[in-house]
Design a protein around this ligand. Structure first.
Ligand code: PSU
Ligand code: MN
Length: 318
C-alpha cells in the first residue's frame, strides 16, 4: 500500500525524528476560496506552520498517489483549478474521506476535505491538522440529510483538528449535537464559547476549554492512549464579519433556487457569501486560516516535545 502514498522528504524526515508536523487540507484551496487568493493563502498557512515551529504537510491526491506534503507547484495547480468557469466544474475533484481510494486507484487528481485530510494524516502518522471551519450539519438537514462526512471522519481518525468552529452557513447547534453523538471532544482554545467562524460567539457554550498547550496536549495524550479518535480544538477568528447572516440567508436561497446539491453545496455557499459581503467574508476566512495554522503548530510542538520526554507513552497507541 505504500506505493500509493507519497510523503514529501521534509515531512518524512520530521515524522521519523518525532518532530512536529501539521497537516493542511486542500479542498479549501481548490473549492473553498477564489483564485489567486486561494494559492496565496495556502502558502501563507504553510509559512504560519513553519513560524510556529512545525513542518506543514498539505494533502492531496495526484497522479495515482496520496501526496502528504504538496509542493508549491502542486498547490498552484490545485489553486488554478478554481479559476475555471464554474459550469465546467473544477479539474481537481473535491475528495471526502470515502473518495480517497477510488481517486488514487483510478488516477484522478483531487483536493482533500477536512475528513479526507484527517484520514490521510492518521495514515501518515500526523497528529495535528489545521483548517478554517469543519463541515457539519447543514441548515435544513432534517429534510436533506446533508451532514458533512467531516463529522464521521473526526469520529474515526485520531487527529487533533484546530479550527474556528463551523461556518455559520451551517446549523451550529445541530452540528454540536452530532459531535456529541459521535463522541468527538470539542475543546475551546482560550475561549468559552463555540466560535461561529465569522464571529467569536455562536451562542453555544463549550463544556471544556484550556488555556495552555500543555493542558491540551495532556488531554490529547490520554485520548489517544485510551483509543479515542479525533478531537476538535476551537478558537475564535481574529476578526468578525458584521451582517454576515443576511448574506448567508440570501446565499441559501440562491442555492435552493439553483438546485445545488451534494458536495457542491459548501463551495457554492462560500462563494456566494463572499460575493454578497464584497469579499469581507473572504478576508476573514484568510485571516483565520493563518491564525489556526499557527495555533496548530504551537500545539503540535507541545505534543512532540512531551512525546520525546515520555517515550513509553507515545508508543502505547498503535
Ligand atoms: N469550511 C471552510 N472552507 C472550506 C470548507 C469548509 O471554511 O473550504 C471545505 C472543507 O474542505 C470541508 C468541506 O472539509 O468544505 C466540507 O464540505 P461538505 O460540507 O461537502 O462535507
Ligand atoms: Mn454535504
Amino acid at each position: 500500500m505504500r506505493a500509493f502514498v507519497r510523503v514529501a522528504p521534509e515531512v518524512a524526515e520530521a515524522l521519523a525524528a518525532g518532530r512536529p508536523v501539521v497537516a493542511l487540507e486542500s479542498a479549501v484551496i481548490a473549492h473553498g476560496s477564489p483564485y489567486p487568493v486561494n494559492i496565496e493563502t495556502a502558502l501563507a498557512m504553510e509559512r504560519a506552520v513553519r513560524a510556529g515551529g512545525a513542518v506543514p504537510a498539505t494533502m492531496g491526491v495526484v497522479g495515482g498517489a496520496l501526496v502528504v506534503g504538496l509542493d508549491e507547484r502542486l498547490i498552484t495547480k490545485f489553486g488554478e483549478s478554481a479559476r475555471r468557469a464554474p459550469q465546467s466544474g473544477p479539474a481537481v475533484a473535491k475528495l471526502g474521506a470515502r473518495d480517497l481510494a477510488a481517486a488514487v486507484a483510478l488516477g484522478r487528481d483531487g483536493a482533500t476535505t477536512v475528513g479526507a485530510t484527517a484520514r490521510a494524516a492518521a495514515l501518515a502518522g500526523i497528529q495535528v491538522m489545521a483548517t478554517g471551519g469543519i463541515g457539519g450539519v447543514h441548515r435544513g438537514a432534517a429534510q436533506t440529510w446533508d451532514i458533512s462526512g467531516d463529522l464521521m471522519a473526526l469520529a474515526r481518525y485520531p487527529v487533533l483538528v484546530v479550527c474556528a468552529g463551523v461556518k455559520a452557513i451551517l446549523d451550529i447547534p445541530a452540528t454540536l449535537e452530532w459531535l456529541e453523538t459521535l463522541g468527538v471532544p470539542v475543546i475551546g482554545w482560550r475561549c468559552q464559547d463555540f466560535p461561529a467562524f465569522y464571529a467569536a460567539d455562536s451562542g453555544c457554550r463549550l463544556a471544556c476549554s484550556v488555556e495552555s498547550a500543555g493542558d491540551l496536549a495532556r488531554v490529547w495524550e490520554i485520548e489517544r492512549a485510551w483509543r479515542g479518535a479525533g478531537l476538535l480544538a476551537v478558537q475564535p477568528p481574529p476578526g468578525e464579519v458584521p451582517g454576515v447572516e443576511a448574506a448567508i440567508q440570501s446565499a441559501l436561497a440562491a442555492a435552493a433556487a439553483a438546485g445545488v446539491q451534494g458536495a457542491a453545496v459548501t463551495p457554492y455557499l462560500l462563494a456566494k457569501v463572499g460575493e454578497l459581503t464584497d469579499g469581507k467574508s473572504l478576508d476573514a476566512n484568510v485571516a483565520l486560516l493563518k491564525h489556526n495554522a499557527l495555533t496548530a503548530a504551537i500545539i503540535a510542538c507541545e505534543i512532540a516535545a512531551r512525546a520525546s520526554c515520555q517515550p513509553s507513552d507515545s508508543q502505547c497507541y498503535k
